[in-house]
Ligand binder design. Structure first.
Ligand SMILES: Nc1nc2c(ncn2[C@@H]2O[C@H](COP(=O)(O)OP(=O)(O)OP(=O)(O)O)[C@@H](O)[C@H]2O)c(=O)[nH]1
Ligand SMILES: [Mg+2]
Ligand SMILES: [Zn+2]
Length: 353
């Protein structure tokens, strides 16, 4: 197998490469980004590269290469210049922290994401559902990984709680300290040539798990004494690693905020039971909050839809609405701005100034 194939190069990217304008460039995958420095893997091995000026000026920041992206690169002596990002299969995004309605792309071309929570103090079902929602919007398969199972007396209770939420995804108990526990899910869920990402708060054990899978300590791990200190973030950049079984994992810094976004005109709160019940509501535009004849509210009342799923649904729906209205306001302002500029240039012509 070629180097690129082992990093996930496939027909989709080959097709876009063949139809691109840059036949003199070579394809590469982005392994990590530090400031201007992009570490790429090419057929001939690793290469450091920067973005071309043309790429920076002609694209918006979400379109700049992210970890996991396939790019076209040209070599100049020892250095590489990235001239294009190949179309993505998907992108993992969130609401940009601190913003009202901007989207931030964290990584690209992801087959599945591990939502990692620590069973010590990090375990939180509302937060878990926030990740579920955003991954569904991004079209990325979630896998719940409940780590630090060694620290609680009966970890299965936690697992059952997550299973009871009714999402369509694997829920796994593990511990970075227990190789047997790891072997069970690794052989089942980590597939060769597939790309995974570790998501979760700081200190849940993402890097420790990754090191254990790599079989050597590559990523810095938070010291036990400071693991309970909320402000500490041990991993600071995303990095894609190739495991010996042929799968790839992106280790990411812990996230304080994982704000959800919304698709254009998309409704998309994606819980299987909610999707199944919504068409049964009396009103087609039911918001599932106070309307009579709402199938979702009655499912909560009769216990077939967990209340926690409903609560998170209402909360996330409001956030999505907020994100969307802001987006619309922005567009309205931009349109208005365009109109003013057009009027101004008309005046300029009329008055010749
Ligand atoms: N008991 C126990 N401790 C663990 C386990 N996994 C990780 N830890 C400890 O938790 C602490 C934090 O682990 P990290 O791997 O640095 O956490 P992280 O998720 O990578 O954190 P950030 O890089 O800050 O996002 C370390 O002290 C680990 O030794 C586990 O399964 N059991
Ligand atoms: Mg880490
Ligand atoms: Zn309803």
């Amino acid at each position: 197998m070629s180097t690129l194939q082992s990093y996930g190069w496939n027909e989709h990217f080959l097709h876009h490469f063949n139809s691109s304008l840059y036949q003199d460039a070579e394809p590469a995958r982005v392994l990590s980004i530090q400031g201007f420095k992009h570490l790429l893997i090419t057929e001939a091995g690793p290469l450091e590269a920067q973005l071309s000026g043309a790429l920076i000026h002609s694209r918006s920041p979400e379109e700049y290469p992210k970890v996991g992206d396939w790019v076209l690169v040209k070599r100049y002596d020892e250095a590489g210049i990235i001239i294009e990002t190949l179309p993505r299969i998907n992108e993992l995004s969130r609401k940009a922290p601190g913003s009202e309605s901007s989207r931030q792309v964290l990584a690209a071309n992801i087959d599945a994401a591990f939502i990692v929570q620590g069973l010590d103090r990090d375990y939180n079902l509302m937060r878990l559902q926030r990740y579920m929602q955003q991954l569904a919007l991004c079209n990325i398969q979630p896998i719940v990984l409940l780590n630090k199972a060694d620290l609680v007396a009966d970890p299965e209770v936690f697992r059952q709680e997550v299973v009871a939420l009714g999402y369509d995804c694997p829920v796994i108990l593990t511990s970075a300290m227990d190789e047997t526990l790891q072997e069970e899910w690794v052989s089942r869920y980590l597939m060769p040539e597939c790309t995974y990402i570790m998501l979760g708060s700081s200190g849940v054990g993402k890097s420790t798990l990754l090191n254990s899978l790599l079989g050597y300590k590559r990523q810095e791990e938070g010291a036990t004494s400071t693991a309970n200190n909320k402000g500490r973030h041990t991993t600071t950049t995303r990095h894609l690693f190739l495991l010996s079984n042929g799968s790839m994992i992106i280790d990411a810094p812990g996230m304080r905020e994982f704000g959800i976004t919304a698709e254009d005109g998309g409704e998309g709160i994606l819980h299987p039971l909610i999707e199944e019940l919504a068409p049964l509501c009396r009103f087609g535009d039911c918001t599932h909050q106070h309307e009579p004849g709402c199938a979702i509210v009655s499912a909560v009342q009769n216990g077939s839809l967990p209340e926690l799923v409903y609560r998170s649904y209402v909360k996330l729906l409001r956030e999505q609405y907020h994100f969307q209205t802001n987006e619309m306001d922005k567009r309205r302002i931009e349109r208005q701005h365009g109109k003013i500029t057009r009027q101004a240039s008309k005046h300029r012509k009329d008055w010749k100034y």
